[in-house]
Ligand binder design. Structure first.
Ligand code: SAH
Length: 368
């Protein structure tokens, strides 16, 4: 719901100030539409339905994974695709993965979103409407800004949305904003955000040479600067910053790379989350043994570490697999890097391997 349009419409009708709050309270608690808002005069409900669309997004497709994960493809009013995911865990947690942009202007080589066309920043209402959609399906209690896009490139809108999430049942402590380390936004986040919103850094390599190869953004904002900024956040909030590290076979998963990572991060300020690679076409995921060995090295160095549970891989809803078709005529399936941008992807992407080993191309549609 476009909350600015709502306020303007109510104001033009000469409605009392509390009306906007009433509408928001119903909406945040999962009301299916204006009709359910029984403390609003019927005529007003009808007028709102005509003047203020109940959501800024329309649902185009929705798929449910065998593990209960739901992935929804939305469209903005001007036709941009946006994907978001609801993850349901056995312990009862209901976690949302929200998008901050349609597509992503960054070109991380392992991530499918980076290979689709970048659309634009989302508005705060478009971000919130993703969450509200799932709130109408179920209770929700966690949110991560780990869908499409780079939150620090759209920080004001991301924060405006995040600040309303508690009304939907998601406290700030259960909200995480993830970044590649886009320093202008990251610095502002560290300096300006007082709420206990968690920060996560997508690191994926401890040295500049490798990180620049797999994440071109590193050329602009190198490892040492980004990690220093995250350390500043950890010190200021006394809460660890999560470090995401996707495990790519033969690229960043050697034990000596784990030791370099431990050296870089130290024991006190970070918690590493090892992410099994979800197939997007270009790489091979590390084996379980390799992940276990990498984890062991970090544990030996007393760096807190967990391995992320993979959810929704069978419906391309897992980390890095969000890549919606950009036109309505395109197939409604996740696209491979090559398919998403034609020849462009091939020229843009270099083979980012360690010491001469070539990445083995695997079928992007292969299921584990
Ligand atoms: N742009 C922000 C927000 C997206 S978060 C960021 O990068 O932090 C999405 C997370 O999934 C990031 O940590 C990203 O690096 C990771 N990811 C991307 N592609 C992946 C893949 N194919 N398999 C597993 N994780 C992936």
């Amino acid at each position: 719901m476009d909350l600015l349009l709502l306020e303007r419409t109510l104001c033009e009708r000469g409605e009392p100030a509390f009306r906007a709050r009433q509408v928001w309270e119903w909406t945040a608690r999962g009301a299916p539409g204006y009709d359910a808002m029984t403390n609003l005069p019927r005529a007003l409900r009808e007028e709102l339905a005509a003047a203020v669309p109940f959501s800024t997004l329309t649902v185009e497709t929705e798929r449910e994974s065998r593990d209960g994960t739901v992935k929804t493809l939305f469209r903005t009013a001007d036709g941009h695709p946006v994907e978001a995911v609801l993850m349901r865990y056995r312990d009862g947690r209901r976690s949302l993965c929200l998008s901050s942009q349609s597509g992503c202007p960054l070109t991380c080589t392992f991530c499918a979103t980076g290979s689709m066309a970048f659309g634009r920043n989302l508005t705060a209402s478009e971000i919130l409407d993703q969450a509200l959609h799932f709130r109408r399906l179920s209770e929700i209690d966690h949110a991560v800004f780990m869908g499409m896009g780079e939150p620090m490139l759209n920080l004001d809108k991301v924060l405006a949305a995040a600040r309303r999430l508690p009304d939907l049942g998601i406290t700030h402590r259960r909200t995480t904003i993830s970044t590649v380390g886009w320093l202008p936004g990251l610095r502002r986040f560290v300096d300006e955000v007082d709420e206990p919103i968690r920060l996560a850094l997508s690191l994926h390599a401890a040295d500049d040479e490798l990180r620049s190869r797999i994440m071109p953004v590193n050329e602009r904002y190198p490892v040492a600067d980004v990690v220093a900024e995250c350390r500043r956040q950890a010190e200021a909030t006394r809460r660890r910053v999560f470090v995401e590290y996707v495990m790519l076979a033969g690229v960043n998963d050697a034990p000596e790379q784990a030791r370099a990572l431990a050296e870089l991060l130290g024991r006190d300020h970070f918690k590493v989350n090892l992410i099994p690679y979800n197939p997007t076409g270009l790489f091979e995921g590390s084996s379980r043994e390799q992940i276990a060995a990498f984890r062991h090295e970090l544990e030996r160095a007393r760096v807190p570490v967990t391995v992320r549970l993979t959810r929704g891989r069978d419906i391309e809803a897992a980390c890095g697999q969000l890549a919606a078709p950009t036109s309505r005529r395109a197939p409604s399936r996740s696209l491979t890097p090559a398919a998403a941008t034609g020849g462009d992807a091939a020229t843009r992407r270099t083979a980012p391997t360690r010491a001469g080993s070539r990445p083995r191309r695997r079928s992007p549609r292969r299921r584990d």
